[in-house]
Design a protein around this ligand. Structure first.
Ligand code: 16G
Ligand code: ZN
Length: 543
């Protein structure tokens, strides 16, 4: 078996050779680069997905004991491989692996991904590494594996995912090809598969008899558009949605999508700001969501990730109180340094909910959210979700079903139960978040203006700084403070102290070869100036 597999792999390497001099690390978003430079890495990711599945065999199967009795101990856990470059331009692509619980690939495996990536096309060297890795992981080529593959609407995606499939198949892998899916859908699907569908099935919600307000959605010309059409039809009696940038004309993520709206703080092209009470944008693989509307003064107003945290946390606390569950529940909001200071202040001081700050990157937020019974996390870019502990889920259900409880307590528990059902706990999911948001606005009788008015953002500015070597910048305290180069933090502190409510931090980007500067203050002019002063000092100290 080994010889044949080795030959097949050698042939695949010849077919999709690694360009010379290319270096690609498995970062926060998996592997990501220009699509035409990626085929070779798909071979490595296919192999790795297969190994990961072999290692995780049966571990997450409920009824494992039955499986055992049936002598099928080698049922592998399903690993996901998602081919997408999310909000990045159409010409980029990427791939990332999804672990059995629907979460991102365990950090301890990122190094194997990067090691495989660093090896060139020499079949002997690669084979050698794979054999060593298999010994270390205690798995064999003949062990079965299951890999679920899906991809976004990029032109390059079918070929790239096909390479993942062919590589994985060399390692005795059963492939489930879901073809076109959003990233969160694949996360959720992997989780359901591994839990024998006990975790959930794809469900939608019905918040009550009330009609929801109309919503215009910019689908970034991505995969979300196709999935939104299904929602649109299923929800047509309850909720009228209009889909723009549905992929029939414009290009993926080009002047549209959540990232564009967030970055430029303006409406996307291809979506007319006409008479809709509210609008939203998702990104190319539908895991980010940003809302906006035009206010009475004809100003563009945006609601980003921080706003979802506040809305979701308000709703959940309210329902927990109504269901008389709040006292026993540890609830927390998880943010990054990019969260607007006003949102942090509101959550802590008005809502009395603790806030944890973690480094940028979904995996950090997700991990921290597991510390709570209700862990609400969002990055300012609109990626986020809510995690509920099993214990709380059980308690919510028991209140809902307790005949001795008053009706209002049971109703609140039921609403929480529905919320838990809607939300995609495996990862931030623009479509699930959108449904949850609409349901909450309706149930709390809150308009989009009312939602925006909960607190007032501090003006902020973000800048990119090109430096010789971005790793010169080192940070601590969830990226809020610098430890290197020397004196940088002292200089930032001094600059910040000159501005009322000033705050600023710098961090090396994990996705681009630049350093990012963030500043906020009480006026836009101050925020701009502070950001610029910090930029200068970064340039000075990294020369
Ligand atoms: C990646 C991360 C995102 C983070 C961004 C930061 C995931 C799935 N995505 O896109 O969470 O906000 O990187 O980029 O983790 P930066 O390091 O370039 O600022
Ligand atoms: Zn995305």
């Amino acid at each position: 078996m080994g010889e044949i597999a080795k030959e097949k792999l050698a042939a695949l390497l010849l077919e999709y050779p690694k360009p010379s001099g290319i270096i690609l690390g498995y970062g926060t978003a998996g592997f990501r680069a220009r699509a035409d430079t990626l085929p070779w890495i798909m071979i490595r990711i296919g192999l790795l997905a297969s190994l990961r599945s072999k290692v995780k065999k049966g571990e997450y199967r409920i009824f494992q004991f039955l499986v055992h009795i049936l002598n099928e101990i080698f049922i592998p856990a399903c690993i996901g491989a998602m081919v997408t470059a999310s909000h990045n331009p159409e010409h980029d692509n990427g791939v990332k692996l999804i672990d059995p619980f629907g979460e991102m690939l365990d950090q301890s495996w990122e190094i194997y991904a990067s090691n495989l990536s660093s090896l060139d096309d020499s079949i002997d060297a690669l084979w050698n590494y794979l054999e060593k890795l298999m010994t270390q992981l205690n798995v064999q080529l003949k062990d079965k594996a299951t890999v679920a593959i899906a991809y976004d609407t990029r032109q390059s995606s079918p070929l790239l995912s096909h390479i993942v499939q062919r590589a994985a198949e060399i390692f005795n892998t059963n492939i489930i090809n879901y073809e076109l899916m959003t990233t969160p859908q694949l996360h959720y699907t992997v989780r359901c598969y591994n839990d024998n569908e006990l975790y959930g099935r794809c469900t939608e919600m019905t918040p009550g008899a009330k009609h929801l307000e109309q919503l215009a959605i910019d689908a970034a010309n991505g995969i979300g558009a196709q999935k939104l059409v299904v929602l649109q039809q299923r929800l047509s009696d309850l909720f009228k949605i209009e889909i723009f940038n549905d992929g029939t004309q414009g290009r993926l993520n080009e002047k549209c999508g959540a990232d564009y709206v967030k970055l430029y703080q303006k409406a996307p092209e291809g979506l007319p700001l006409t008479n809709y009470p509210k609008y939203c944008s998702i990104d190319g693989d539908a895991d980010r969501l940003i809302y906006y509307f035009i206010d009475q003064n004809q100003h563009f107003r945006m609601l980003d990730g921080d706003r979802f945290s506040v809305l979701f946390a308000s709703f959940i606390s309210k329902k927990l109180k109504e269901a008389k569950l709040i006292d026993q529940v540890k609830i927390g909001v998880i943010q990054t340094a990019y969260a607007n200071g006003s949102s942090t202040n509101y959550v802590i001081n008005t809502m009395n909910v603790p806030v944890a700050c973690v480094p940028t990157g979904v995996k950090h937020l997700h991990h921290k959210a597991l510390d709570f019974d209700v862990g609400i996390y969002f990055e300012a870019n609109g990626h986020g979700t809510v995690l509920f502990s099993d214990d709380l889920k059980t308690r919510v259900k028991s209140v809902m079903e307790d005949e001795n409880r008053p009706d209002d307590e049971k109703l609140a528990a039921k609403q929480l139960h529905v919320f838990i059902d809607i939300i995609n706990e495996t990862v931030g999911d623009a479509l699930a978040d959108l449904l949850a948001t609409e349901a909450i606005l309706c149930l709390m009788n809150l308009s989009i203006e009312g939602w925006l008015d909960l607190y007032h953002d501090l003006p902020q500015r973000q800048l990119k700084v090109a430096v010789k070597d971005r790793t010169m910048i080192q940070t601590t305290d969830a990226e809020r403070r610098c430890t290197a180069p020397a004196h940088l933090q002292d200089c930032i502190d001094e600059l910040v102290s000159k501005y009322p409510s000033g705050r600023s931090f710098v961090r090396p980007s994990g996705t681009e070869d630049i350093v990012r500067v963030y500043a906020e203050a009480t006026t836009q002019a101050d925020a701009d100036q502070l950001a610029d002063e910090v930029r200068k000092i970064v340039q000075e100290l990294t020369k």
